[in-house]
Design a protein around this ligand. Structure first.
Ligand code: CTP
Length: 478
């Protein structure tokens, strides 16, 4: 091999060469030979396939289709709520969302890059001028090589920087160079949130198309302070992020108003006791969420349940059957009404004004009276009757026969029959086996579905409703 003469190397490259040679125990000239030999055996990459040494996060460069998971760049601002950002990473990851974190300098006072990277399984970024990522304009890549940017907590300072277009640190530079949707979860003291400057900045960002989740009202970290300024809970933020990332869904119920009842009712005996049943409300809530996802305007009238209100659904919380009927009637007119509630059939006539006491006279007589039948009342309405009324039949025996009888007795269009015997685990459980009874030219059709999760039952039911609307647009669907 001819001898090598390398001239006009700039100082940095010469220093790097010397270091590399010393590390490998070679002369500088030998080191250059090794580099050239390696280059000859591994031809230089094309622009589309940069060399492995130059792509420390090779996976990040893969297009989303190949990578599979939707990707979020999570910018963690410097506020006390930053600790919740760690939980947010978990909530996003459990939704199969890939997360890459950026921490502002102030955020690092509250959480460390190490915890963020351990939870996200990715390097966490902190510096605008980071030699290992800046070689390919990392601040631009972090704001573009993702599907969504989430800022949580979005502090007053970060919001102000965004509104003004500052780019003097990594977070603000990413936000300024981003071409992806941005979701902010503001968190700050209520006085800061209500300050005219913050109001102006937030209004400007909303005009710029930035989305916000929260802030919520509540106690502040500062003692004795409360008001609007708490960061939305990690689960709320994760759900909002998921919404952004969801590919556009068909919305077959767009423009339709759907009313759903769910849960048990509580019928008071006295101020502390009530009659109830084992309904969890899960099936009705799942139907509400599925109808909302299908584009419907959904009103959910729910008895007492231990479930979060489905996002984007107007929920009216009630206690008793009579309250439920009142709220149902107040929600009319609707296009579709689905009665999934397990309404208590009876209530106590002589409801005690005070707590009933044990006396030597024996047990208090509890006289029962039948509750109004909400489904039958709405099915039998004249002009205000929804074009499609769907009831449920909760049975423990003779499922189909009882459901047929209920369809006729209640006057609804469809019945979803389910076996609620304790052995099935349907009441309170997550799965359901249902039979859909529909009327077809005077006949009753029975369609038996396999065992499914309550969410799948909801999705299938909404699909059937959408089909029936398509089949008979503008006509009564029965
Ligand atoms: N339903 C109602 N109001 C009532 C009772 C029931 O709206 N007071 C509705 C339920 O929401 C369901 C359907 O009627 O859609 C059937 O409820 P179910 O409990 O299965 O039947 P019941 O009518 O209560 O009759 P039974 O208890 O005799 O089976």
């Amino acid at each position: 091999m001819a001898s090598l003469t390398i001239r006009k190397l700039d100082d940095a490259i010469r220093d790097e060469l010397r270091l590399r040679a010393a590390r490998n125990g070679r002369s500088v000239e030998d080191e250059v030979r090794v580099i050239l030999r390696e280059a000859a055996h591994h031809p230089p990459p094309t622009a589309a396939t940069p060399p492995a040494a130059f792509q420390p996060e090779a996976a990040d460069r893969r297009p989303r289709a190949a990578h599979g998971l939707p990707r979020v760049t999570l910018i963690i601002g410097g506020g006390i709520a930053a600790y919740k950002a760690l939980d947010l990473i978990r909530r996003l990851k459990e939704r199969q969302i890939h997360v890459r974190c950026v921490l502002t300098r102030a955020a690092q006072q509250f959480v460390t890059p190490l915890s963020a990277s351990a939870l996200s399984n990715e390097r966490a970024y902190t510096d605008l001028f980071d030699p290992s990522s800046e070689f390919d304009a990392g601040h631009i890549r972090l704001g573009r090589d993702c599907d969504l940017i989430v800022v949580a907590p979005a502090t007053a300072d970060l919001i102000a920087k965004m509104a003004q277009g500052h780019a003097d640190d990594l977070a603000s530079a990413i936000l300024l160079a981003a071409n992806r949707p941005i979701l902010l979860a503001p968190a700050m003291n209520p006085l800061m949130w209500n300050n005219a400057a913050t109001r102006r900045n937030v209004a400007q960002l909303e005009r710029d198309g930035v989305a916000l989740i929260g802030p919520n009202a509540g106690e502040m970290a500062e003692a004795n302070e409360a008001g609007v300024g708490r960061m939305a809970e990690p689960t709320e933020i994760a759900i909002a992020a998921e919404e952004f990332l969801r590919p556009p869904q068909p919305r077959p119920l767009a423009g339709k108003r759907v009313l759903i009842t769910a849960g048990p009712t509580h019928e008071p005996i006295d101020p502390v006791r009530y009659i109830a049943n084992r309904s969890s409300g899960k099936q009705g809530f799942a139907i509400a969420a599925a109808a909302q996802a299908a584009g419907a305007d959904v009103i959910l009238v729910s008895g007492p349940v231990d479930l979060d209100d489905p996002a984007g659904v107007a929920v009216k919380h009630v206690e008793s059957a009579r309250d439920m009927l009142r709220q149902v009637e107040a929600s009319l007119p609707v296009d579709i009404a689905i009665f999934a509630a397990a309404v208590a059939d009876w209530r106590v006539v002589n409801e005690g004004e005070q707590k009933l006491k044990k006396t030597s006279a024996g047990m208090p007589p509890l006289q029962l009276v039948e509750n109004p039948d909400i489904l039958a009342t709405i099915s039998k309405l004249g002009d205000g009757r929804p074009p499609l009324v769907i009831g449920f039949a909760a049975e423990t025996e003779h499922l189909i026969d009882n459901a047929r009888a209920k369809l006729a007795r209640k006057g609804c269009d469809w019945i979803v029959a389910n076996d609620v015997s304790p052995a099935t685990g349907v009441m309170g459980g997550d799965r359901n086996t249902v039979h859909l009874l529909t009327r077809d030219a005077g006949e009753i059709n029975v369609d038996s579905w396999p065992v499914m999760s309550k969410e799948q039952v909801a999705t299938e039911l909404v699909a059937r409703i959408a089909d029936s609307l398509m089949a008979k647009p503008g006509e009564k669907t029965s």
